[in-house]
Design a protein around this ligand. Structure first.
Ligand code: LLP
Length: 499
């Protein structure tokens, strides 16, 4: 538990399993499962297996009198009919309002402490030209980490000065392209990169602003953080290496050192990890001021979202106020000016704006020797459009979106169509017992790291992405066809020339 809250928190794949029956966010859940169930401890049997949990779905999601779920004012049934399934439905207004909330919350918090903030949308969560335009319209900047992401942002017309470029292995050609287009900031991840960026900037006749990514030793894990003396992972530099890196950057006329960067992880609840990390990075920031004033401090992304009804992320207004206050207090304690701050949310902007629609193909009651059973519900997608359960054991939820049912809920597992037993979409969920082939199943909170991690495993085409807003829909990423899949096979006669 965190911050004295009585609510249940879950980070990534791990449920804390603490139940709070009098909590308003849980009041639609009633029955605690028993030891003779295959249900995990955190999953409550719902009173109503048709209910849409607040915070997990886009704010526009509703049940209509005919039972269908609408998103952005359009019935899921109509969307499935028009575009086919699987289909990722992205609520444009939800993305925009979350982008605005981040922008405004950090701006307000910064104004309180007489500084400024910049919020970069982390494009790795899901980037398309439409999304890049929505978030930049709402005042955000964009963080990219490959040439591909950079080109999408540029194709969307994003001002290169509003783009930050990350990555632990940016190639020389990626760096040259970024410098040539006038990218705002490059985040240096290793000593080798300093020379590469300086050479590219010198060749282009530019002075390139750079940040140095450091590893604060704060590890975001479960709902708390663990401080580790040695971080054994590929990103960032130790404080000692960063000091040397900054000294070298300051020697190079083609580079301008803008500040430090630190990202502690993803799907983080609460502010404790951010606060601890900021306090450690400020120590280095303070030391480095001996070599000249430092304009900014970037504390990265990682703000958690609700994937199931038991997740209870801290509201962004509160996060922003507490994090900025912590930095301001840290600066005051050291007697130094508060730098301009930057943040890089990805998941928290698009995650709960996305709902994936699948059609149920088969169902199977799987009974174990122990007598316990689970209903397997197979859908027409799977780990190719949502790799998160297979990769991280991530939890999602599901509802029938084409109708309501008064049948008693049964413990179910939603699985995909791939040739792998780990091809799970929703590991644990209670679905109405009469869920049947032809039902439309909706999995909410799939806006982040689903499309961006998608694959063609088993030669399954990747689904289309459709944006919805105020009763209108439009394709923002075209779905793949079988022809698209075959087009890359150089052994097919029409592609012979590609050999
Ligand atoms: N900034 C940096 C430097 C990052 O590495 C990341 C995420 C972000 C910002 C955005 O983090 P967010 O606000 O979205 O949590 N595929 C995993 C998540 C990997 C995150 C990688 N870096 C997942 O599906 O949970």
């Amino acid at each position: 538990m965190q911050g004295g809250s009585s609510r249940c928190h879950r980070i990534g794949a791990v449920s804390c399993g603490v139940l709070s029956r009098d909590n308003s966010s849980h009041d639609w859940c009633s029955v605690l499962h028993t030891a003779d169930s295959l249900a995990p401890e955190w999953l409550l049997e719902p009173r109503d297996a048709n209910a849409l949990a607040a915070g997990v779905w886009p704010a526009s999601a509703q049940r209509q009198p005919d039972g269908a779920v609408t998103i952005g004012g359009i019935a899921a049934t109509e969307l499935a009919q028009t575009y086919g399934t699987p289909l990722l439905v992205l609520d444009e207004d939800e993305v925009r309002s979350r982008a605005r909330a981040f922008h405004d919350s950090f701006a307000d918090a910064a104004a309180e402490h007489e500084t400024t903030t910049r919020v970069y949308y982390a494009g790795k969560a899901f980037l398309s030209t439409a999304i890049a335009r929505w978030v930049t319209d709402e005042g955000l900047n964009i963080d990219v980490c490959t040439r591909g992401e950079l080109e999408v942002a540029l194709a969307a017309g994003v001002d290169p000065a509003r783009i930050g470029f990350h990555g632990n292995n940016k190639s020389v050609s990626e760096i040259e392209r970024a410098v040539a287009v006038g990218i705002g900031t490059i985040i240096i991840d290793s000593a080798i990169e300093i020379e590469r960026v300086a050479a590219a900037a010198a060749r282009a006749g530019r002075v390139q602003q750079v940040l140095v990514r450091v590893n604060s030793g704060v590890h975001a894990e479960t709902h708390d953080f663990l401080a580790t003396a040695h971080e054994d992972q590929k990103f960032g530099m130790t404080f000692a290496d960063a000091e040397a890196a900054v000294a070298r950057i300051r020697e190079l006329p083609a580079l301008e050192f803008s500040g430090l960067h630190c990202h502690i992880g993803s799907q983080i609840f609460g502010v404790a990890g951010f606060r601890e990390s900021a306090s450690r990075v400020l120590e280095l920031h303070d030391r480095l001021r001996a070599g000249g004033e430092i304009a900014q401090l970037n504390l990265g992304g990682g703000f958690g979202i609700a994937y199931t009804s038991v997740d209870d992320p801290t509201p962004i207004e509160q996060l922003a106020a507490e994090i900025v206050t912590a930095v301001a207090e840290g600066c005051a304690a050291r007697g130094i000016p508060i730098p301009a701050l930057a943040f890089e949310p990805g998941r928290a902007i698009v995650g709960t704006a996305g709902v994936t629609l699948y059609e149920v193909g088969t169902t199977k009651d799987v009974r174990l020797d122990s007598g316990m059973s689970r209903l397997y519900v197979s859908v027409d997608g799977g780990m190719s459009d949502n790799a998160r359960p297979a990769l991280y054991g991530a939890q999602f939820s599901a509802r029938i979106a084409s109708r309501v049912s008064q049948e008693s809920p049964v413990l179910s597992r939603v699985v995909g169509k791939h040739c792998e037993s780990g091809d799970i979409v929703v590991d644990h969920e209670y679905l109405p017992g009469d869920v049947t082939p032809g039902d439309l199943l909706a999995v909410p909170a799939t806006g982040a790291y689903c499309v961006s991690l998608s694959s063609n495993y088993n030669h399954v085409p990747r689904p289309a992405v459709v944006a919805v807003s105020e009763g209108r829909s439009r394709v923002i990423v075209r779905g793949e066809s079988i022809e698209d899949l075959l087009a890359r096979d150089a052994g097919i006669s029409t592609n012979e020339g590609a050999r």
